[in-house]
Design a protein around this ligand. Sequence first.
Ligand code: ZN
Length: 264
Amino acid sequence: MTAARQPPKTQPENGLVLFSGGQDSSTCLAWALARFAEVETIGFDYRQRHRVELDCRIAVIARLRREFPDWSKRLGRDHLVDCGVVGQISDTALTRDTAIAFDKTGLPNTFVPGRNLMFFVLAAAVGYRRGARNLVGGMCETDYSGYPDCRDDTLKALQATLSLGMDHRFVVHTPLMWRDKAATWGLARALGGDALVELIREETHSCYLGDRGHSHEWGYGCGDCPACGLRRAGWEGFTAVRDAAEPDNALRRNPTPDRNSSPA
Ligand code: ZN
């Protein structure tokens, strides 16, 4: 949890990060920038119900460039791929105006079947062309919604399939696979200190309802949907550990008036 961890040695390699503008993929982008000599980003416009994610991508990249000059030098092109076909072939609460619910398998109807598989195939095609063999995604099976295409086994099989199918060695990196949301905040702090935590808190988006009107300690969102619930719980877990180790942080967040210094 400390911010003083030794930064990883930069590898003379190119990385391509699947970057949605959310907390997880923004942390993965920082992870890649701390490792690889050159990093590009790829995002997918699949006619998300709420376009706010696509705006957040631009805001996160712009602020990273402004506040992290060393990373900015390594951050290359951003690719936005039109995946409107996803909206045509699926009927989910992410692409239609439908209430979020859980089906009989226990999966929320925000699940777009095979979405991550499709995204990785497209990322690999771009990576092939751009000379990037390291594909980085924010998938996680620690505190996730049960999406089968986020599972470690799925992505290991996909790495083999992509490498064979394109006759090009790809490495699929999933730095968050075994981290819960609290540990993901901790990773952001280890990589980029409080400035990166603040950037991610303010600029990234998680809420399924696309709510950017309500500000909370953990960021913007409706506060009620499953994505907001996960984000809030993760933030609370992260700050509880951080503030126990560094009580000054807790004081900074909730300053109590000093009675002795009140005006006479
Ligand atoms: Zn929400």
